[in-house]
Design a binder for this molecule. Structure first.
Ligand SMILES: C[C@@H](N)C(=O)N[C@H](C)C(=O)O
Ligand SMILES: [Zn+2]
Length: 299
């Protein structure tokens, strides 16, 4: 299984098959999307806050100018049927022996809730995403241990962590890439990207062609009320591709800003780095696999 990992080294270019014969997704994506020329060959290798941050610098101007002409966005409320579940409520057997250094998050965190959006259909694509065969959150042991500190810090406040995504197989990233190219498919536009053209989501930094999530130490999360399990109001829904998702977005209430800040400061204190454009996205600074992009399935 470990052989399914996709590395970012020279060997990546030499063969498009791993030792067990599984297709090396990143090579195929790189070939078709021109990743190498767009992002280099992971030149520094230590991009702690992932590749979206790299994209951010060159897409900054675009975002800023887009702001002025954008119509006011009407953000669709999330459907009430979306309910986070505790690990005990998830009726799924874990089949996989994870690659060394990875853990199921529910085996480390005690009280977290899970709403693994890419396993279900309520996400910006509108269908189950490749590689998500079960609604589990998987992380590197190091990232999970850091997240436990966040859980512990939130407990006295009456909050629990609600996890939307953690480790993301490279084949899922490739699925996002295919979706972005399919101009006809705008199933979820109203809910997730009403004000942007889906073909721009990579350039705008809302999606990364080589996502930190595939390195296993990036997590998308929010806070929920410990008693009710309801997610707290962060002033914008998860995976909304628009300006309101930036940490310091204009128009947030005092409470929303404070909650974003609480999550950010607690995550940073535990060793994570925030991503300016998405209040929910955090990467462990000292991540254990800064150059590896894995492709084993979530199951
Ligand atoms: C799609 C969103 N949840 C996300 O994780 N975006 C970042 C930029 C990524 O794709 O790594
Ligand atoms: Zn993310």
């Amino acid at each position: 299984d470990n052989q399914q990992q996709v590395t970012n080294s020279a060997e990546e270019k030499g063969s498009d098959k791993d030792k067990d014969g599984s297709v090396n997704e990143i090579s195929s994506v790189a070939d078709s999307e021109g990743i190498e020329s767009a992002f280099g060959t992971d030149s520094n290798g230590s991009d702690p806050a992932d590749d979206a941050l790299q994209q951010e610098s060159h897409s900054e101007a675009l975002t800023e100018s887009a702001k002025e002409s954008e119509p006011e966005s009407t953000i669709e409320p999330e459907p009430e049927s979306i309910e986070a579940q505790s690990a005990e409520e998830v009726e799924f057997d874990k089949k996989r022996e994870l690659p060394e250094g990875f853990v199921y998050v529910d085996e480390v965190l005690e009280h977290a809730l899970y709403d693994i959006r890419y396993y279900g259909e309520y996400n910006f694509v509108g269908e189950q995403i490749d590689g998500y065969n079960a609604p589990f959150a998987i992380l590197s042991e190091k990232a999970a241990a850091a997240l436990k500190k966040v859980e512990q810090a939130m407990e006295p406040l009456g909050y629990v962590l609600l996890i939307y995504d953690a480790y993301r197989p490279q084949k899922a990233v490739a699925h996002f890439g295919r979706w972005a190219k399919d101009e006809q498919d705008e199933r979820m536009k109203e809910q997730f990207y009403p004000d942007v053209d889906k073909s721009d989501v990579f350039e705008l930094g809302f999606l990364a062609r080589r996502s930190g999530h595939s390195r296993g130490s990036t997590v998308d999360l929010t806070l929920a009320d410990k008693e009710t399990g309801e997610s707290l109001d962060m002033g914008g829904p998860y995976d909304f591709f628009g300006d309101i998702s930036a940490h310091e977005a204009a128009g947030l209430t005092k409470e929303q800003s404070e909650l974003r800040l609480l999550l950010k400061e607690t995550m940073v204190a535990a060793g994570f780095e925030p991503y300016r454009k998405e209040w929910w996205h955090y990467t462990l600074k000292n991540e254990p696999y800064p150059k590896k992009y894995f492709d084993f399935d979530v199951e």
